[in-house]
Ligand binder design. Structure first.
Ligand code: ZN
Ligand code: ZN
Length: 271
């Protein structure tokens, strides 16, 4: 009886897909997703201690995390990886290019290489990596599919390709980069070469570009969009939200902006 009750509880939990952006921005990115049976962290750009602390403040269980996925080798996506894995041994999934470019990860006990466009199963979740245009060795975004549906994550990309649009189609929840306001970037304090890099095709998306991507992805099943990787120098949450909102064409889609300094609420999608 006891086992039966547990299974039933697990079934019910398995119907809810939870997503929490633990922190996002140029100083560190980390995101938690779980269907109640399998839990993943995507990127480890906060310190291990801060990642665990933020999970706890949202009532999420670090001890239940099954695997870590890394999008690319930039410091704001992996600086906490080694210590996190030391705190809780778990496999780390990344592309071969990211692995080669991140010697700090070469001593991890369990590295699993992912190939773009080849879905892989982690517990009850199906994960698929897709290529993004960014100045790293082999950067990717991810889609993650559970019984309750699919979510898509794309946080470091300088331009939107057909492949990105194709992979992000049909998601119930999207985490999309809205890095900068072009006016703030041009008038801001960054040196010219850095402005060029950020605005370039292998840099980061501007609010309007994110809006246009979103417009191409609108469908009746889309429930929530979380804007991420906002620059603290070249954007504000208000500008990002105001720049993207018109592209939702009045549809009842939740729109939120993830912050650098605190975790988002836990967004829950039920079956
Ligand atoms: Zn990056
Ligand atoms: Zn980044």
């Amino acid at each position: 009886m006891e086992a039966g009750r547990k299974a039933e509880a697990a079934d019910n939990e398995g119907e809810t897909f939870s997503v929490c952006v633990l922190g996002s921005g140029s100083r560190g990115n980390a995101l938690f997703v779980s269907d109640g049976r399998t839990s993943l962290l995507i990127d480890a750009g906060l310190s291990a201690r801060e990642t665990i602390r933020r999970l706890e403040t949202r009532g999420l269980d670090f001890a239940g995390v099954d695997a870590l996925l890394i999008t690319h080798e930039h410091r704001d996506h992996l600086q906490g990886a080694e210590r996190l894995v030391r705190r809780r041994r778990m496999p780390v999934y990344l592309t071969a290019g990211t692995w080669k470019a991140a010697p700090g990860l070469h001593d991890l006990p369990e590295v699993m290489l992912v190939a773009c466009g080849v879905p892989l199963r982690i517990g009850t979740l199906t994960v698929e990596a897709f290529s993004v245009s960014h100045d790293a060795c082999e950067p990717v975004g991810f889609t993650i599919t559970a019984a309750a549906g699919r979510i898509g994550i794309a946080t470091d990309l300088g331009s939107v390709t057909d492949s990105v649009r194709e992979h992000l189609r049909g998601c119930r929840l999207l985490v999309l980069e809205a890095n900068h306001d072009p006016g703030m970037l041009q008038e801001g304090p960054y040196p010219a070469f850095l402005k060029q890099r950020i605005a370039g095709a292998r840099g980061h998306l501007a609010n309007g570009e994110t809006g246009r991507l979103l417009a191409a992805l609108l469908h009746p099943g889309l429930e929530q969009v979380i804007l991420a990787h906002l620059s603290e120098t070249n954007n504000t949450p208000e500008r990002a939200l105001a720049g993207v909102a018109p592209f939702l064409e009045g549809l009842p889609v939740g729109l939120a902006a993830a912050r650098q300094e605190k975790p988002s609420p836990v967004f829950r999608l039920s079956a």
